[in-house]
Design a protein around this ligand. Structure first.
Ligand SMILES: Cc1cc2nc3c(=O)[nH]c(=O)nc-3n(C[C@H](O)[C@H](O)[C@H](O)COP(=O)(O)OP(=O)(O)OC[C@H]3O[C@@H](n4cnc5c(N)ncnc54)[C@H](O)[C@@H]3O)c2cc1C
Length: 399
């Protein structure tokens, strides 16, 4: 295994953090470790927002500032510049307002995306845009199209508007010099419709360069085969296929729906099987870089090391422009900063939006960090190590 990457190097990992920021992060991850607290957070926050309790300032200084870049683009700019100037870590601005299932909200998401495109176009620290399909259309419509259910007249009109928004985003990004667009993956019952649209966009816009990236969730057993299908599409249409590989974030929802509707869950039977599927997918994409551009989205240190090792074995440069590594803002800086320092292309998803509207996103981050116990404890361990290192250095300087 490659030992060229040292994810325990906390000096590099936290180069852009002050002592106070480290202490705050340590406190926050400590709190997230209490699953009970996270469970109660959701109803408590809903109550506070409903009765307009003054909690926004506290939230903004704590969980929001840990996991979000800001409430608007200008607030994010500071964070993005810091990531890049201190560690050459790049950013993807992720408008993380979720759950408003109506046409004005879908139009607003499109407007915001077009603004992000304009904002990012000439900033080399922002190579990608990203969106969730359910940010521009209702999940139920994606489901019906995926399952070939006949749409009512009004649903057919909705579907037309979804296709228009999808196309507008991809076309606008394709007209820039080098920006790329990532389509996030969500519930599996939306996939057939989303995949078809994304494939159409790739055929249209990935001729000259790789503009459109799809996302593959490898906790779904059948997705390795989909990679092969995409490779065929790339070869047949003479285009590059952009893929982001992730394990997948909707496991409980997938299993609950399968159980309720009496079908077999599409999610791999256990974590080890997901890990194997993820590794197989990663190897397959790397072995076919003549067709694929590759984005690995993970906080798993071993997965990053395995890919780095495989790149080295295949004589692929660390900074090969076809390969990207991605983590979420506020998490796994030890991966992001150490990889960037070794020359890899590293990007952080930087979520943003009005505090109240990004609460569903923040609650998911809190749940993820409390349920995947090891993530929080790994963060705390690294933060402690860096604080101790800095204390020692200060003492040595005094002597
Ligand atoms: C940059 C970036 C972009 C992302 N974009 C998306 C996206 O578009 N869509 C999306 O769904 N997710 C996305 N994610 C989240 C991702 O899918 C994972 O949920 C998250 O990163 C945790 O997985 P991991 O590889 O980092 O770490 P790990 O801790 O190694 O893996 C945890 C993951 O393993 C899987 N798993 C855990 N337990 C089991 C089990 N018992 N059986 C089967 N599988 C299990 C689950 O997928 C779980 O999330 C993104 C993550 C990053 C970093």
């Amino acid at each position: 295994m490659s030992d060229m990457l040292n994810f325990d190097n906390t000096q590099t990992a936290f180069i852009n953090k002050t002592d106070n920021e480290l202490k705050k992060a340590k406190f926050l991850f400590g709190m997230l470790g209490y699953a009970q607290l996270t469970r109660f957070a959701k109803p408590m926050l809903n109550f506070a927002f409903k009765y307009r309790l003054p909690i926004q300032t506290v939230l903004k200084k704590t969980i929001f500032s840990q996991f979000c870049g800001g409430e608007n683009l200008m607030e994010c700019k500071e964070q993005i510049d810091e990531l890049y100037l201190n560690g050459e870590v790049m950013s993807i601005l992720d408008y993380s307002v979720e759950g408003f299932e109506n046409e004005p909200s879908f139009d607003n998401t499109l407007d915001v995306l077009l603004k992000i495109c304009e904002f990012s176009e000439f900033q080399k620290q922002i190579p990608f845009l990203v969106f969730k399909p359910t940010g521009i259309g209702r999940l139920e419509v994606f489901r019906k199209v995926s399952e070939n259910v006949t749409l009512s007249n009004s649903e057919a009109e909705e579907w037309d508007r979804i296709k228009e928004r999808f196309e507008t985003i991809c076309r606008t990004v394709s007209e820039t010099e080098s920006l790329k667009i990532m389509v996030d993956a969500e519930e599996s019952w939306s996939h057939a419709a989303v995949d078809k649209l994304t494939e159409e966009m790739m055929v249209k816009y990935n001729k000259r360069r790789t503009v459109v990236f799809t996302t593959i969730q490898l906790y779904l057993c059948n997705k390795y085969d989909y990679l092969k299908k995409l490779k065929d599409l790339g070869e047949k249409s003479q285009i590059k296929i952009g893929v982001k590989l992730v394990r997948g974030a909707y496991m409980e929802k997938e299993r609950d729906r399968a159980f309720t509707n009496g079908y077999e869950s599409p999610v791999c039977k256990d974590k080890a099987t997901t890990d194997q599927n993820f590794e197989n997918g990663s190897n397959y994409v790397l072995e076919n870089l003549d067709v694929f551009d590759f984005f690995l989205g993970t906080h798993n240190e071993l997965s990053c090391k395995l890919l780095a090792q495989k790149m080295m074995d295949s004589n692929i440069d660390n900074n090969d422009s076809r390969i990207w590594f991605g983590q979420l803002f506020g998490m796994s800086d030890n991966i992001s900063f150490n990889m960037a320092q070794s020359g890899y292309n590293v990007v952080k998803y930087v979520p943003f939006g009005p505090i109240k509207d990004v609460m569903p996103y923040l609650i998911r981050r809190a749940e993820e960090n409390s349920s995947v116990g090891s993530q929080s404890s790994r963060e705390i361990q690294l933060l402690k190590k860096e604080l101790q290192r800095r204390n020692k250095t200060k003492k040595a300087e005094l002597v």
